[in-house]
Write a protein of this length. Structure first.
Length: 343
C-alpha cells in the first residue's frame, strides 16, 4: 500500500505531478487556494521539453481537445526595428491558462486524485508534502519591482503565431490562440511602486505611442474580465540541491518569462519527481534520499537554461546589450543557439 502524497498548489506543476502519481496508483491530494477556471498571468506559450513530458504522460491529445493550438512562427519588434516572422526551431503549444489548468484539474480528479479547491495549505513542508505553490514573492529584487500583466483580446492581426514586442521597461508577448483570441502578456520592471496599475494597465500593455505594439492594441477588443496581474517576481535562479523542501515548478525556481519555458519547467520538474516520490510512497526510499535524488536530477536538467536565461534577462535591461542582442538575433544561427540554450 502506497502512502498519500500531499501537493500544495494546483497550478501546472502540482496538477501534473498529481496526474502522474495517480497514473502509477499512488494516492495524491492537491490543495489549491483558488478555484477553476481562473486566469493566470502567463504568455500561454508552451515551448521546450515539457511538451515531451506531457506526451509521456499521455496528455497531449487531451490538451488539443481542451483548446491547445500549435505555434510555428515568431516575430520580434523593438525600437531597433523588426525581425520578420521566422519559423520556430521547434513548434510550441498555445493555450490559455483559463482552459489548461481546469483541464488538468479535471484529469487529476478523473484519475481518482483528491482536489481540495478554495483551501489554503497552512501546514509545513515536511515528509510527504510537495511544494508546488508557485513563485516566492520578492517585493524588490536588485532594486527593481518586477510585475506581470495579462489580458485576452480579439481583433488583433499578428504577423506570426508569437510576436514579442520589446518596450523600454519590459517586453510584451502576443500569442495567438485557436479561435482568434490573442493572449497579451507583459513583464515589466519599475524602480518605484506602481499604485495605479488597475487604471493604467492598458498603457503598460500597449507600449510607446509610435510602436507596432501600440497599433496592434489600438484596434483590439479587450476581454476586461480576463485581466490579471502579479507583482513581486523574483527571477534569480535557484538550485534544487540547496533546498531542503521538495519543490517543483516556480516554487523551485523561476526562469525569466522571455524564454517561454516556465510552464515547460513546471511539467518537467513534476515528471522528474515521479520516480523518487513513488519510491518514497512505497517505502523503498526515505524522504531525504528521494528528495536529494530528485534535486540532483533537476539541477542537471535545468542548470544550463537557467544560466542563459538569467544572462539574457540581465542583458535585456542594458540598452547597449539589448541593441546588440537584437542585431545578433537577426542571424538564424544565433537565434537558434539562444532558442536551444534556453530550453
Ligand atoms: C509575465 C509572465 C509571462 C509568462 N509567460 C510564460 C510563457 O509564455 N510560457 C511559459 O512557459 N511560462 C510563462 N510564464 C511562467 C509560467 O506562468 C510559470 O512558470 C508557471 O505558471 C509555473 O507553474 P506552477 O504550477 O509552478 O505555479 P503556478 O501556476 O503559480 O501555480 C501555483 C498554485 O499554487 C496555489 N497556491 C499557492 N500557495 C498555496 C497554498 N498555501 N495553499 C494552496 N494553494 C496554494 C496558487 O493558487 C496557484 O494556483 C510566465 C510568467 C510570467 C510572470
Amino acid at each position: 500500500m502506497a502512502d498519500c502524497v500531499t501537493i500544495v498548489g494546483g497550478g501546472l506543476a502540482g496538477l501534473m505531478l498529481g496526474i502522474g502519481l495517480r497514473q502509477r496508483g499512488v494516492p495524491a491530494t492537491v490543495w489549491e487556494v483558488g478555484r477553476y477556471p481562473r486566469h493566470r498571468v502567463c504568455g500561454g506559450f508552451i515551448s521546450g521539453r515539457g511538451q515531451a513530458s506531457l506526451a509521456r504522460l499521455g496528455l497531449l491529445a487531451g490538451l488539443v481537445e481542451a483548446g491547445a493550438g500549435t505555434a510555428v512562427s515568431a516575430a520580434f519588434y523593438s525600437g531597433e526595428g523588426r525581425i520578420a516572422a521566422r519559423p520556430l526551431p521547434e513548434s510550441a503549444l498555445c493555450i490559455s491558462r483559463f482552459r489548461l489548468d481546469q483541464w488538468l484539474a479535471r484529469e487529476f480528479q478523473r484519475l481518482g486524485g483528491e482536489l481540495r479547491v478554495g483551501t489554503r495549505w497552512t501546514g509545513g513542508y515536511g515528509e510527504g508534502v510537495v511544494r508546488a505553490a508557485g513563485r516566492r514573492p520578492e517585493p524588490v529584487a536588485d532594486g527593481w519591482r518586477m510585475l506581470g500583466l495579462k489580458v485576452h483580446a480579439r481583433g488583433i492581426a499578428l504577423d506570426a503565431d508569437l510576436e514579442m514586442h520589446f518596450v523600454p521597461n519590459g517586453y510584451v508577448g502576443l500569442c495567438r490562440f485557436p479561435g482568434g483570441e490573442v493572449n497579451v502578456c507583459g513583464l515589466f520592471r519599475s524602480a518605484v511602486p506602481v499604485p495605479d496599475l488597475a487604471q493604467r494597465w492598458r498603457e503598460w500593455l500597449s507600449g510607446p505611442a509610435d510602436s507596432t505594439l501600440h497599433s496592434r492594441m489600438a484596434g483590439a477588443q479587450i476581454d476586461e474580465d480576463s485581466f490579471c496581474s502579479v507583482a513581486g517576481l523574483s527571477l534569480s535562479p535557484h538550485r534544487a540541491t540547496d533546498r531542503t523542501e521538495w519543490c517543483i515548478g516556480d516554487a523551485l525556481t523561476m526562469i525569466p518569462p522571455m524564454t517561454g519555458n516556465g510552464m515547460s519547467m513546471a511539467f518537467e520538474s513534476a515528471e522528474l519527481a515521479l520516480d523518487p516520490l513513488e519510491r518514497f510512497s512505497r517505502h523503498q526510499a526515505s524522504w531525504s534520499e528521494a528528495q536529494q535524488e530528485y534535486a540532483r536530477a533537476c539541477d542537471n536538467t535545468f542548470r544550463v537554461r537557467l544560466r542563459w536565461a538569467a544572462w539574457l534577462q540581465r542583458a535585456y535591461f542594458i540598452p547597449a546589450a539589448r541593441t546588440a542582442l537584437f542585431v545578433a538575433a537577426r542571424s538564424q544561427r544565433c537565434w537558434r543557439g539562444l532558442f536551444e540554450r534556453t530550453r
